[in-house]
Design a binder for this molecule. Structure first.
Ligand code: MN
Length: 171
């Protein structure tokens, strides 16, 4: 696997939610007949962009979508108090919670507490957010389907009022 391909995945990846659209580079378009091992540490961590998150969020890119596997993956860590903006996913998203304690909430819904080992499936088009609790960090892996070159549609910020209310009433 070329160095170029790995670089593309990392650069494109705000995999929170988000990340690389399908890699349409010439190299990726060639039929690949062997496995790729991407070594630990080969892909730099990315800071969650302030326009899409509140607080401190780190994204560790995992993999980009490709033609035969049209979904991307990323590992996301939210420091206490940090959360995504409200958003939807065009083809849905799986979350695999691997550490800490966090929250997810649908628009007009109750907040659910998330702990390591919990799984979340978010269907296409469902408006929601995810993040840490006010006092605990959260780490999850997000696997997001890519359609039309994107895997997330970003919306407005989760206000402090919305966040505090969600954290206080979580189930
Ligand atoms: Mn999401």
């Amino acid at each position: 696997m070329s160095h170029k391909h790995i670089g593309t995945a990392a650069a494109a990846s705000f995999a929170l939610l988000a990340s690389p659209a399908a890699d349409t580079s010439e190299a990726a378009a060639q039929i690949q007949r062997s496995q790729t091992v991407t070594r630990a540490g080969a892909q730099a961590s990315i800071k969650g962009p302030a326009e899409y998150v509140t607080g401190s969020v780190r994204v560790d890119p995992l993999f980009a979508a490709n033609e035969s596997a049209p979904y991307s993956g990323g590992m996301v860590t939210f420091e206490p108090g940090a959360r995504s903006n409200w958003h939807t996913h065009p083809t849905g998203q799986h979350l695999i919670v691997i550490g800490g304690v966090g929250l997810t909430q649908e628009w007009n819904g109750a907040a659910s507490e998330l702990r390591a080992g919990d799984l979340v499936w978010c269907p296409p088009g469902v408006k929601h957010w995810h993040g840490a609790t006010p006092t605990s960090a959260l780490t999850h892996i997000a696997i997001s389907g890519v359609s039309g070159g994107k895997n997330v549609d970003w919306m407005e910020r989760v206000t402090d009022e919305q966040y505090v209310k969600a954290a206080g009433s979580r189930k």
